[in-house]
Every structure is written in structure tokens, then in C-alpha cells.
Write a protein that binds this ligand. Sequence first.
Ligand SMILES: NC(=O)c1ccc[n+]([C@@H]2O[C@H](COP(=O)([O-])OP(=O)(O)OC[C@H]3O[C@@H](n4cnc5c(N)ncnc54)[C@H](OP(=O)(O)O)[C@@H]3O)[C@@H](O)[C@H]2O)c1
Length: 324
Amino acid sequence: MHAWLCTTPTGVDALTWTELPSPAPKAGEVLVEIKAASLNFPDLLIVQNKYQMKPPLPFVPGSEYAGVVQAVGEGVTHLQPGQNVACLSGTGGFGTHTIAPAALCMPLPPGFPHVDAAAFIMIYATSHHALVDRAQLKAGETVLILGAAGGVGTAAIQIAKAMGAKVIAAASTDEKCALCTSLGADATINYGKEDLREAIKRLTEGKGPDVIYDPVGGDFAEPAFRSIAWRGRYLVVGFASGPIPALPLNLPLLKGASIVGVFWGEFAKREPKANAAMMMELAQWYAQGKIKPVIDRTMPMAELPAAFARMGSRSVQGKLVLVN
Ligand SMILES: NC(=O)c1ccc[n+]([C@@H]2O[C@H](COP(=O)([O-])OP(=O)(O)OC[C@H]3O[C@@H](n4cnc5c(N)ncnc54)[C@H](OP(=O)(O)O)[C@@H]3O)[C@@H](O)[C@H]2O)c1
């Protein structure tokens, strides 16, 4: 097998495409032949030693992938060789094969392509947990989504629309705003050229959004929060722009509003039954055509450095997927 190996976590340039011994699955594990692996934001951080999870060296990056089970270890009964699966295991995806914990592998129903499956779990699980569970979004409410053309942002648009909410999608270019409109957003804000607060005021007739979904952080957090509706819920999803914002605590007081943390990975660990039910619902929504990953493009696995460069330059719309 071959994989992109990280021996020193100093960045993408230090990754090498390396031949490795073919592994055999131990108890509770499966060997997966990888067909597709998507890029998630933490993949870029982990190879720079900037992510909270620091795997022992050397490791193969690639948090999320889909492929075909080749062999199963002792005690694995719900998967067989030949089964198509999607998996989010944190590492191992950027290669031709990997060993995955069987418990983290989601069997794929017929008609679920590997490219969609590799781009599915992280973004939909995060956005469903955020909007349904944490924000308790209701039909008819208005949700503002920042970074709306990115991975979790595009998933948030589709889920909010499936729930009957009104969606205002905010992104940095007209092209990204056009993508959001094509996904069903009711209105868009190009925060690359429009004043965010003025645009929110205009689009909500001064009331403000009931829910704000923020995977970007940085300079937009405070103006967005200042615009929130009475009893609004502000979802802290991530900090793709870099800086972690600080908010004056008089702001939630003045709006009777809540700042709501979202950490899907920890939710999945602490509340596995609720997570499994959520994943089941998402798979049904996919089968019914209510949600479908936006694939920016596919690239050969060998082009991982170019794929990372595209993500780092803020060019990806939806998800970028590497294929074998
Ligand atoms: N809390 C959780 O459970 C959870 C789960 C998954 C992901 N996350 C976090 O959510 C964030 C977004 O993840 P994602 O996979 O959706 O990433 P993504 O596809 O790269 O999207 C991030 C968006 O952020 C915006 N952005 C603003 N400044 C940026 C900058 N300097 N560099 C890159 N992007 C910038 C971009 O939109 P514009 O150009 O339109 O501004 C981009 O589309 C990350 O911080 C990730 O760690 C959190």
C-alpha cells in the first residue's frame, strides 16, 4: 500500500508519498481499500501540529474517507469483505488502504457513491447537531449562515431548508453567493463587499436572525451577534478565519440570546445512541434527495499538496475529494 506519511508535522511540504507494509486488521478493526477521501479543515491543521488532536508520529493524515472492506478482524460481525463503507476516523484516509475501527464504519446502502460518502459524515453530522439539537431551529425561523459556501456551510444551508427555515447565506464572493442561492438560500450577503450588519438589518427588516451559524469566527462574530434577534441562538462552530473572537457579555443579556457551543465529535463520543439516530436520519434524507454534498472537484490522491493549497487559499466551494 501507499500513503501520504507525516513524519514531522511542519506542514504540507513535509508529507511524502510512501510505500508501507500492507496491514492486517486486529480485533475490532477492518482493512479498507480507499476509493475517495475528502479534505476537512482539521486535516490542514493536523499536519502543521496546530490541531487539538496530535497523533503519534509518523501518521497518515486524512480524517474522512470511503471505500471497500478488504478484510475484517476478530469479533467484527456487522461488516464483511466487499462491503462499501464511509468512515471518519481522524487519520489514515490519504492513502490507498487503511486500518479503521469497525465501530466507526458506516455501511453504505446501494446507490451511495464513494465520492459523496467520503464528503458526508463530518459536514452533515456537524450541521444537523448544530441546527437541530443545539439551536432547536424551528420551521419559519430565520438562520444566518457565515462561510456558507464552505463544507459545513453548504450542509447547513441544505439542512436548514429541509427544516423549513428561511436561510440567509453569507460568503466572501459573488460566485460563492451564487452557489448558496443554487442550494436554496433565500437571500445572500457578500461580506467581501457589503457591510454585514447593514445587510442583515435590511434582509430581516430590523428583527435579526433567530439563529446564527458561525464556522468562521474572527472579525464577523461581533457584528453578527449584535444583529441577532431577541431570544436568538448563536452557534459557535469553528474559527476558519484564524482568530478566536471575544464577545462582551452585555450583548447576550441585551438580546436575551444564547451563545451555544457545537462540538460534534465529542457529542458522538458521549451520546453514541443519539448520534446513531441522527446519522440514520441523515442517510434517509440523502436517499430522499433532501441533502447532497456539494463536490468542489475531485483530484487524484497523488495531488494532495495541490488540494491542500486550494483549501488554504479559501477557493474550495463545498468539499474537495481525492480519489484513487
Ligand atoms: N464544531 C464542530 O464540531 C466542527 C465540525 C466540523 C468543522 N468545524 C470547523 O468549522 C470550520 C469550517 O470547516 P469547513 O470544513 O466548512 O471548512 P471550509 O470548507 O474550508 O469552509 C470554511 C469557510 O470559512 C471561510 N473563511 C474565512 N476566512 C478564512 C480563511 N482565512 N481561511 C479559510 N477559510 C476562511 C471561507 O468562506 P468565505 O471565503 O466565504 O469567507 C470558507 O468557505 C473549521 O474551523 C472547522 O474546524 C467544527
